[in-house]
Design a protein around this ligand. Structure first.
Ligand code: RTP
Ligand code: MG
Length: 150
């Protein structure tokens, strides 16, 4: 069983719209463990590193401007295959393809204001967790329910 971690960020649009609770609830109910959480307004330097793969693309400036426009709820979630399942729970980037039942499919219409970010691979999860969190901000704890999830 792979107990991996992913980085999720509830984007400024979803924080403003009161969607922190509903999004966290989906991950809690599925059985994932919350290891870290904070509200942060990311500065340009952080966002340039986070979205390094998109530097130079036509939408880069708009993306960085939006992500820095207000508080983001940054989180680390842990559980079996959480990188892949987390992306599935988010839904597709393009709203035309984000299925109802997914976070983006249920809460978003716009390609830019698309509610939530999730790491797209185990390697990018490691990179993003290290970028957004200090090791001391990540909590290690046991849950009594573990045996009822796995
Ligand atoms: P994210 O990184 O934000 O979780 O989104 P993602 O993996 O689903 O999509 P990605 O390809 O990494 O793109 C990052 C964000 O850039 C915006 N975008 N705009 N053609 C466009 O105008 C375009 N393509 C991407 C989206 O807001 C996407 O979330
Ligand atoms: Mg991405």
């Amino acid at each position: 069983m792979s107990q991996e971690q992913t980085f999720l960020a509830i984007k400024p649009d979803a924080v403003q719209r009161g969607l922190i609770g509903p999004i966290i609830t989906r991950f809690e109910r599925r059985g994932y463990k919350l290891r870290a959480i904070k509200l942060i307004v990311p500065d340009r330097s952080l966002l340039e590193k986070h979205y390094d793969e998109h530097k130079g693309k036509p939408f880069f400036e708009k993306l960085v401007g939006f992500m820095g426009s207000g508080p983001v709820c940054a989180m680390v979630w842990e559980g079996k295959d959480v990188v892949k399942t987390g992306r599935a729970m988010l839904g597709a980037t393009n709203p035309l393809n984000s299925a109802p039942g997914t976070i983006r499919g249920d809460y978003g219409i716009d390609l830019g204001r698309n509610v939530c970010h999730g790491s797209d691979s185990v390697d990018s999860a490691k990179y993003e967790i290290n970028l957004w969190f200090q090791p001391t901000e990540i909590q290690q704890y046991d849950r009594a329910i573990e045996g009822w999830i796995y």
